[in-house]
Design a protein around this ligand. Structure first.
Ligand SMILES: Cc1cc2nc3c(=O)[nH]c(=O)nc-3n(C[C@H](O)[C@H](O)[C@H](O)COP(=O)(O)O)c2cc1C
Ligand code: SF4
Length: 411
């Protein structure tokens, strides 16, 4: 095994936190928290990955507030789930894995009819809420200054809660078209106050959210951010600005930056590459309006990008060169030993893995054992993207490609 490859499987520090290796399970919204409550389904999913040797797993979608959820089956950070969440974290940590939570707010990307604080989904600017159409919420409003302050407060409160409940780290979601990235993107942020216009202004809310979380958890607690290198649409966020935004996060004291790309709302295939998920989504969609809409609009919205390994490498290297202190966390199509070797040689600090771990939860242990034996290893993921289309399906995500039935290996 080359020295660079060995590095991936050796302990490493993320801020003041030691991880047993440099492999991190990427946030992949599990869909395994019925009514927003964590329980055995969520635990078993992550347990397979934690026992499988990962350095840190990530519980995805930890909404900062009830209204920060796309739907009411997602978790939001509040006292009502403290016992269940504490138990889940403790059982996962007992395996030796660390556990991070992906802290997010959906902003105006919402189909959650059970809003509590807000009357309708809110983002930087008024716009049609395509996702909310079938739920009878076709319009999203522009946040007022007091509403921006309230949103920042939800990040602070969620930070206090997540540290106290036992998470080892927090991953702030600043990409993929969710609330904070709606402010960063010039396509969705049309404001002409201090939160819109220049990149400095568009980064004001994300940086305030980071400041609030940092205040909540203190300097020794790892806080990383997941960003989009680009929205993947004309007049959206472009890579040069995104690289600069990573520099701003670095200067503001972020511990690590995860360099993803694309948007769930505008160009999701940029995030994944490979076969479009549109047919799977049409199959899964129960709402007749959405189904028809997908049939008409889908092929335009879900573009085909051929899958290639390390598809965000070039942007990640630019971010690496722009940052002085924060760790670089690579994500996107790292699924062969050759790719691990490449990212480690390029000075990447950690790698996040999504699909390889859905296909093979024990990927970390299996790959290490193979390497120790002088062999190569693959997870078996074919990048067919069928798991992505299952995101809203009963029971949540699984890898039907590999296991060939509805139950899959994970429950
Ligand atoms: C089923 C599924 C669900 C996902 N859900 C999320 C999510 O909740 N939050 C997020 O930031 N990314 C999500 N992603 C994107 C992954 O984190 C990652 O960016 C993407 O899969 C590319 O990494 P990979 O090539 O290692 O799979 C999801 C991916 C998959 C496959
Ligand atoms: S369904 Fe399985 S094989 Fe297909 S992309 Fe997802 S994890 Fe990989």
């Amino acid at each position: 095994m080359s020295q660079n490859l060995q590095r991936a499987f050796q302990p490493a520090m993320l801020g003041k936190l030691e991880l047993r290796n440099r492999l991190i399970k990427a946030g992949t919204f599990e869909g395994k928290t019925p009514d927003g409550v964590p329980g055995d389904q969520l635990l078993n999913f992550h347990l397979g990955i934690a026992e499988g040797g990962i350095g840190m797993t990530t519980l995805a979608y930890c909404a900062t507030e009830s209204d920060g959820r796309l739907n009411d089956q997602m978790m939001f950070m509040h006292e009502g789930i403290r016992p269940q969440l504490t138990a889940t974290l403790q059982k996962l940590q007992a395996t030796g894995a660390r556990v991070s939570g992906q802290m997010a707010h959906c902003g105006n990307f919402s189909k959650n009819r059970n809003l509590t604080r807000l009357k309708r989904p809110m983002g930087p600017s008024r716009q049609i809420n395509m996702l909310g159409l079938p739920a009878g919420m076709p319009f999203a409003g522009a946040m007022t200054h007091p509403q921006i302050d309230e949103m920042v407060q939800t990040f602070y409160d969620a930070g206090v809660f997540m540290k106290s409940v036992g998470f080892d780290a927090i991953e702030l979601h600043m990409g993929h078209g969710y609330g904070l990235s709606q402010f960063i993107s010039p396509r969705t942020n049309k404001r002409n106050d201090e939160y819109g216009g220049s990149l400095v202004n568009r980064m004001r809310l994300p940086l305030r959210a980071l400041e609030a979380v940092r205040k909540a958890v203190g300097d020794d607690f790892p806080v990383v951010a997941k960003i989009s290198l680009m929205d993947g649409v004309r007049d959206g966020l472009q890579q040069n600005e995104s690289v600069e935004s990573a520099g701003m996060l670095d200067e503001a004291g972020i511990d690590g930056v995860i360099t993803s790309g694309g948007t769930s709302s505008m160009n999701v295939m940029k995030m994944f590459r490979g076969p479009s998920i549109v047919h799977g989504m049409i199959e899964q969609e129960k709402n007749i309006i959405m189904k028809t809409g997908l049939k008409i609009m889908g092929p335009k919205m879900f573009r085909n990008y051929p899958y290639e390994e390390l598809y965000f490498m070039e942007g990640a290297q630019q971010v690496r060169d722009r940052m002085k202190n924060a760790k670089l966390i690579y994500i996107g199509g790292c699924s062969t030993m050759e790719s691990f070797e490449k990212v480690m040689s390029a000075g990447v600090d950690f790698v996040q893995l999504g699909r390889p771990l859905l296909a093979d939860p024990a990927y970390a242990n299996n790959a290490k054992a193979a390497l120790d034996a002088g062999k190569s290893y693959r997870s078996g993921c074919t990048h067919c993207n069928r798991c992505v289309a299952l995101i809203d399906s009963p029971g949540g995500i699984r890898c039907p490609e590999l296991h060939g039935d509805e139950s899959g290996r994970m429950n």
